[in-house]
Design a protein. Structure first.
Length: 384
């Protein structure tokens, strides 16, 4: 029941905030807005204020901002279709941007709760690692990996995912007023986990040499899984080979750290989409609404940190929604933006009926995609 309530509230907030972005910017540009609705389907409550109806509807998994554009031949200069292209462009962009703003606001709450946070400054360099042999020292601030800019520790975790055994990487660091660049082989880190009756034995090796061993007892945050008892798991990662310097979060630096988290999720989403397009991520790794609810259930039942896990999931999803909706796909805001840009460049508008057909086809394909992904998610629940 808790999972269902949290899921409904989450979807309602994500969609309503998105539509509010369209609404508030449209109002600022004096567009004519017929209705702003929280929820979809049958009407529960409505209030008319000026020319706009504010509605609460039965189905919480939806919402919309309805403009006065049902009649494409309307002569009303305040109608959406009769507004200047640059104004329509900004209104269309506003929904996705507001989703990203919501993510930033949530990270403003999340970051202080996880303080101290790791930074891109090396507190120490792993002894015997290849990067130490290349010249990296404690106190160095990593500013680029393989030519890609680094502004926070999460960027490092993102870019090191592409590290491969025996493939050289480059790293650029700032040391005082100097900049140094090193070429090195990534450090191989092997983590062995053995599940016992009382907890998990963990052994870590770096480049084949024992680095540390420790025991993690079962707890509310690390619950016992009977199906894993007596089994072992080995995780092999290729890393730079340093310990990040921690930083305490306060009222002065929380803004920057929340922004770093937001930028990181944006990069992560774009990288994920690119990996889907290039085939590096298969359809079995993509989740739809059913998969999202499953993640909500995991977050809700994650122990004492459940509220933090739920907020983090909402932050990830709202930024994901914002970026996805701005992709140049028909039926999405990004698809409509393409038509506006075409109009701005050519000074000619695509006939509304033809644009409508393209968006209808795009919507049908999106719905088909959601059905396929949801079917896959349902089958996975039953082990199929």
């Amino acid at each position: 029941m808790v999972t269902a309530i949290v899921s409904v509230i989450m979807f309602l907030v994500l969609i309503s905030f998105h539509e509010f972005g369209h609404f508030i910017v449209a109002k600022a540009f004096k567009f004519k807005v017929d209705e702003f609705s929280v929820g979809a389907g049958p009407l529960i409550f409505k209030k008319q204020k000026g020319e706009t109806q504010y509605s609460l509807r039965l189905l919480p998994l939806g919402g919309y901002c309805r403009f006065d554009d049902d009649d494409e031949d309307t002569q009303d200069e305040r109608s959406f279709v009769n507004q200047k292209p640059w104004k329509r462009l900004i209104v269309l962009l506003a929904g996705g941007i507001f989703n990203i703003i919501l993510g930033f606001m949530l990270f403003m709450l999340i970051v202080p709760a996880i303080s101290p946070v790791a930074t891109n400054v090396a507190q120490s360099v792993v002894h015997g690692s290849y990067v130490e042999q290349s010249g990296m020292m404690a106190g160095d601030k990593i500013v680029a990996i393989n030519g890609k800019g680094v502004s926070c520790y999460n960027d490092i975790t993102l870019y090191t995912q592409n590290f491969r055994k025996d493939e050289y990487a480059t790293i650029k660091v700032k040391r005082g007023n100097e900049t140094h660049e090193f070429e090195f082989k990534p450090t191989e880190q092997v983590i062995d986990q053995t599940y016992t009756d009382d907890g998990v034995n963990v052994s870590v090796k770096v480049n084949g040499t024992e680095d540390e061993s420790y025991f993690v007892p079962y707890s509310e945050d690390n619950p016992k899984d009977e199906s894993l008892l007596g089994t072992s798991k080995t995780i092999t990662r290729y890393i730079i080979g340093f310990t990040p310097q921690p930083k305490e979060i306060n009222a002065f630096n929380v803004w920057g750290e929340a922004w770093n988290e937001t930028k990181f999720v944006v990069k992560l989403v774009y990288q994920s989409f690119w990996q889907i397009i290039t085939g590096k991520i298969g359809i079995h790794e993509v989740s739809g609404p059913v998969g999202i609810v499953r993640e909500v259930n995991t977050a809700v039942h994650s122990g004492s940190s459940s509220w933090l896990d739920v907020l983090n999931l909402v932050a990830l999803l709202t930024i994901n929604l914002g970026i996805f909706n701005l992709l140049p796909i028909p039926a999405l805001d990004g698809g409509r933006i393409l038509f506006v840009l075409w109009e701005m460049i050519t000074r000619r508008r695509v006939p509304p009926d033809k644009e409508g057909i393209i968006h209808a086809v795009g919507m049908a394909l999106l719905l088909l995609f959601v059905i396929v992904i949801s079917f896959k998610d349902v089958m996975s629940l039953f082990g199929g």
